[in-house]
Design a protein around this ligand. Structure first.
Ligand code: PHE
Length: 339
């Protein structure tokens, strides 16, 4: 006859040897599964005398409960040990030295562009971006830079075909905006422009920020007021502007705009070459012909426009003396511009 005590002894000694989850599942198969030894006790019932069958059944049940309880305890113990082992493995030593990844920073040109946009957005300007490949019409003719006119030579153009070119300035954005919208208009056109020109202060590719305002009664005074606000925000509270007469075919009158030297305060220094003033941009009152070219009635409306070189502002602001530095992407140079 099957010896339950032997089975219990074997169960206990086997259980004692269980140390891992694998061993635990082997153990379960051996004793507690349908084919297991504890279940096997029940099969023995056929050898038990009829009148004892009931108490034998009760006995087997007790053994089963006993075995199951011990098994559960062991299971909990093994799981806890496995979890602790995992905790040990995943422990982080917060006192270890850290391998620091230096975060990147914006390119100074991008920072200055954003700053400029911020200043003008505060005055209610919206942003428009035009294509870098333009046609003659938008880049020149409708801006009143007529074919064979000497002013075409003011800008050394990269021509792509008879008619297509890399835009030489952001001013074609003026035409595109006036074609698409009725006054009042107040837009900024930031973007890359291209000219066949290269030295310490010129690069074949650079960036400009065009400004265009068209409404009733817009005058040169509005231009100066906006630009005063602009230089105060970009350079210093004490900065002022000065307008000098100039010439652009698309503005009449046209001006060069100087800012009072923010380094010496106007006394004269190396930055302003002793003059107290630094040239920063070109602008003027939109030429009536340009308004008419875009179907805007120049007897009702007038406009102002300006074009700012973003590299020039950046170089002045940070005291950078060579245009090439803007495009070399020398990481040691760029690192200095962390905000
Ligand atoms: N487009 C001119 C340039 O690139 C700048 C400018 C813009 C002048 C708008 C007047 C008005 O030199």
């Amino acid at each position: 006859m099957f010896n339950a005590d032997e089975l219990k002894k074997l169960f206990l000694s086997d259980l004692n040897n269980v140390e891992s989850e694998n061993q635990l599942s082997e153990f379960w198969k051996k004793f507690l599964s349908k084919q297991g030894a504890v279940q096997g006790l029940m099969a023995n019932i056929k050898n038990v005398a009829k009148e004892e069958k009931k108490s034998y059944g009760q006995f087997v049940n007790d053994v089963k409960n006993w075995a199951q309880k011990l098994y559960e305890e062991k299971k909990a113990e093994i799981e806890k040990a496995a979890l602790n082992a995992r905790y040990d493995l995943e422990t982080v030593d917060v006192t270890m030295p850290v391998d620091i990844q230096t975060p990147g920073n914006l390119h100074p040109l991008t920072t200055v562009k954003y700053e400029m946009i911020n200043v003008f957005a505060g005055m209610g300007f919206e942003i428009f971006e035009g294509p870098e490949i333009e046609d003659d019409d938008h880049n020149f003719t409708r801006l009143n830079v007529l074919k064979d006119h000497p002013s075409r030579d003011m800008q050394d153009t990269f021509w792509l075909t008879e008619d297509l070119l890399l835009r030489t300035h952001t001013s074609p954005g003026q035409i595109r905006v006036m074609d698409a919208e009725k006054p009042p208009i107040k837009v900024l056109v930031p973007g890359k422009v291209f000219r066949s020109d290269s030295d310490a202060t010129h690069s074949p590719m650079f960036s400009q920020m065009e400004g265009l305002v068209v409404d009733k009664h817009i005058t040169l005074c509005d231009l100066q007021g906006m630009l005063d606000e602009f230089v105060k925000n970009m350079f210093s509270d004490a900065a002022k502007t000065r307008l000098r007469p100039s010439y652009f075919p698309f503005t009449e009158p046209s001006v060069e705009v100087d800012v009072s030297c923010f380094k010496c305060g106007g006394k004269g220094c190396s930055l302003c070459k002793g003059t107290g003033w630094i040239e920063v941009l070109g602008g003027g009152v939109v030429n009536n012909k340009v308004l008419e070219n875009c179907g805007i009635d120049s007897t009702k409306y007038s406009g102002l426009a300006f074009g700012i070189g973003i590299e020039r502002i950046t170089m002045l602001k940070y005291g950078i003396n060579h245009m090439g530095k803007m495009f070399e992407n020398d990481i040691e140079f760029l690192k200095q511009f962390k905000a």
